[in-house]
Design a protein around this ligand. Structure first.
Ligand SMILES: [Zn+2]
Length: 400
């Protein structure tokens, strides 16, 4: 979590010109945590007088509140007052589905965590009906954990692996569900009785970085995740880039070798076919001399062997690292980001981002490559990103 107070992207005035002044004020207060009227006008580059009517309106509507400024001496007359978000106006839920587990987080409108919950998931049940039952159970666990007297839940964000059209709310395909091309946001929304946004898991990580992480102050950055596949999230001008069809970017299936290794997608030469789990496991029998552990332990064993000096095992991770450098260089050449953030639990396999691998970047990029930062979040980061998604989509509705 960032040290800065507040949450949400730290936009500059020129970068939020298309929004109403009312929404710009609300978002500025949210990202600052607390701010005086004078500082607010200065940040938004408008006259102090012009913020007065919308601020009064937001105060009357219970969206903003006035805070006594504890840091200032009160002096004569009234103590100085700053504006803050009325965080208790409502809550949003962020939920992440993986093949074996659900994780969820309830946050207030200022992004502060209120409750969390997890639920095991049967990977064998690949039905939408099962998912709806589980999500309803998860939400009631969150409500129970928040306790009586908690503010109302105003919306939810749900993330899952696969091809998800955030704008249309449709799930095109997911490895964890049998159904194809379903109105998932509509189905979950009907079940929970709440507005629901859906997105793919790489975009959730991107939202977590943009709202709560190191990406808050960056205008343009890329988040690369390596788990079962290789995902890319891109932020352009402080907002997630979603492509024409809302699918996000399939970095894992960009080609890095013509007629190369076979990928799970059926095509050849994809980055994922050299960097993802299955790519490392494919060569393991040779490095481990045929002594294969159970499938779930292959990667850990291979990693331990590489650390222990097994040259063949090390060569597998070394090649994956070099291909990862190639993938990152392609991202840098295409998008010129301020920074590339490597995110996800795979980051513990440090061969993949060893200094010698990243040292290859300058030889693969035309300009000085952007800083590459490794961010190994905990498991709740996905739910946090889903909560950011819900907050982001709820904001215009709240202010309408
Ligand atoms: Zn592929």
């Amino acid at each position: 979590m960032a040290d800065a107070p507040g949450c949400g992207p730290l936009r500059r005035a020129r970068q939020s010109g298309s929004l109403s002044l009312r929404q710009r004020i609300y978002e500025q207060v949210r990202s600052a945590g607390r701010i005086s009227r004078a500082a607010l006008a200065k940040e938004l580059r408008v006259s102090p007088g012009s913020v007065t009517p919308p601020v009064s309106d937001l105060l009357a509507g219970g969206l903003l509140c006035e805070l006594q400024d504890e840091g200032q001496p009160s002096g004569r007359g009234r103590p100085p007052v700053t504006l803050g978000l009325n965080a208790r106006r409502g809550l949003v839920a962020g939920m992440k589905v993986s093949d074996h587990e659900y994780s969820a987080l309830l946050v207030d409108l200022a992004g502060q965590p209120v409750a969390q919950a997890t639920l095991p998931r049967s990977g064998a049940d690949r039905s939408v009906a099962g998912l709806l039952d589980d999500v309803a159970t998860l939400l009631s666990r969150l409500s129970g954990a928040a306790g009586h007297g908690a503010p109302p839940i105003l919306g939810a964000g749900l993330g899952l692996p696969g091809m998800v059209d955030h704008t249309g709310g449709r799930l095109r395909w997911s490895p964890i569900l049998a159904a194809r091309d379903v109105d998932l946001a509509g189905a979950v929304s009907a079940r929970l009785g709440l507005p629901v946004s859906v997105d793919n898991d790489a975009n959730l990580l991107t939202m977590a970085e943009l709202w709560f992480g190191r990406g808050r102050s960056l205008s343009d950055f890329a988040v690369v995740t390596i788990e079962y596949g290789v995902g890319l999230g891109l932020v352009v001008d402080h907002a997630p880039y979603r492509g024409a069809h809302g699918f996000g970017m399939e970095l894992g299936h960009t080609k890095v070798q013509l007629d190369g290794a076979l990928c799970r997608c059926g095509q050849r030469g994809c980055l994922e076919a050299y960097v993802a789990d299955f790519a490392l496991v494919r060569e393991a029998p040779i490095a481990l001399d045929g002594a294969l552990p159970p499938r779930s332990e292959v990667l850990e064993t291979l990693y331990a062997q590489a650390k222990g000096g097994n040259e063949a095992a090390r060569a597998i991770f070394d090649r994956a690292g070099r291909y990862l450098a190639l993938g990152l260089a392609n991202v840098a050449n295409l998008f010129d980001p301020n920074r590339i953030i490597l995110s996800g639990s795979r980051m513990r396999y440090d061969y993949l981002y060893a200094a010698e691998m990243l040292a290859e970047l300058p030889g693969l990029t035309l300009n000085t490559p952007p800083p590459v930062e490794v961010n190994a979040w905990d498991d709740l980061v996905w739910a946090r990103g889903a909560a950011a998604l819900a907050l982001s989509d709820l904001t215009p509705r709240l202010l309408a």
